[in-house]
Design a protein around this ligand. Structure first.
Ligand SMILES: [Zn+2]
Length: 254
């Protein structure tokens, strides 16, 4: 299985428009972060987790030519605003499966009503196959079982996903104790860390590292990063040897 980090930034991306913060002005390509998403592919299967406003550019950059589905963590704009740009995949492949919490599906139906229209639909609009997911489901994607893991983004119930030896979380602040067993023996863990200072609805770096240490994977990668976390090179240098800051267009093999 390969995981391509399509975007590793928080909701505004880095650089933030108009910002003169030193990280926003950095020349290091690892300090340029599009909105968060990953492309997970194995043995001809191809999925993205989230589909934010940078989706089109991300698909062009990674060279993805087929998408078997989109797994949504939650409905916030930085994770969902790229849905219209599945059109090239839809034109070639037909209806694209989407997976998400029923609240997320409801939200998408409201914001992208034309995509879900059943009568007099505009011919250029894409279509999706809706799959509502609960934390008790196991989603079979190709030859892999995907396990949704219920976590909290502030007060909002959202999903992380385990796919075999790989688990992906973004926008997490708390994880219920009774969901932790789903992470047993996971080898590669991705989790969010927004910045150094605490935040109401996101792990800061310290909380992310503590969570990683509890799960104890072989390797962990940090994503959903704000410019306030600091320069990639400086933050990476302070991390334990099995914890890495992800960066855009990093591809890992699991
Ligand atoms: Zn987010």
């Amino acid at each position: 299985m390969k995981v391509w980090f399509l975007g590793t930034g928080t909701s505004q991306g880095i650089p933030v428009i108009g910002s003169t913060h030193p990280v926003c002005l950095s020349n290091d390509v690892r300090d340029k972060r599009l909105r968060v998403s990953v492309w997970v592919h194995w043995e001809g299967h191809s999925y993205v987790i989230d589909c934010g406003p940078d989706f089109r550019q991300q698909m062009l950059t990674c060279g993805c030519t087929k998408i078997d589905g989109i797994l949504y963590t939650h409905e916030h704009a930085d994770h969902t605003n790229g849905l219209d740009d599945i059109r090239p995949f839809f034109f070639r492949q037909g209806d694209i499966p989407i997976y998400g919490h029923k609240r997320v599906i409801k939200n998408l139906k409201k914001r992208f009503d034309y995509i879900f229209e059943s009568e007099n639909k505009y011919p250029g609009a894409p279509s999706v196959i809706v799959n509502e997911v609960t934390e008790n489901d196991v989603i079979k994607l190709g030859n892999i079982n995907v396990i949704p893991i219920k976590v909290y983004h502030g007060d909002l119930e959202i999903f992380g996903y385990r796919m075999g030896d790989f688990a992906y979380f973004t926008d997490v602040k708390t994880i219920p104790e009774d969901e932790m067993h789903k992470l047993k023996d996971v080898k590669v863990l991705v989790v969010n860390a927004l910045r150094i200072e605490p935040h109401r609805s996101h792990f800061n770096l310290e909380e992310a590292v503590a969570f990683i240490n509890t799960v104890a994977p072989e390797r962990a990668y940090i994503t959903h990063i704000s410019h306030l976390l600091g320069f990639h090179a400086e933050v990476q240098a302070q991390l334990p040897e099995n914890i890495f800051l992800a960066y855009d267009n990093l591809e890992i093999t699991i």
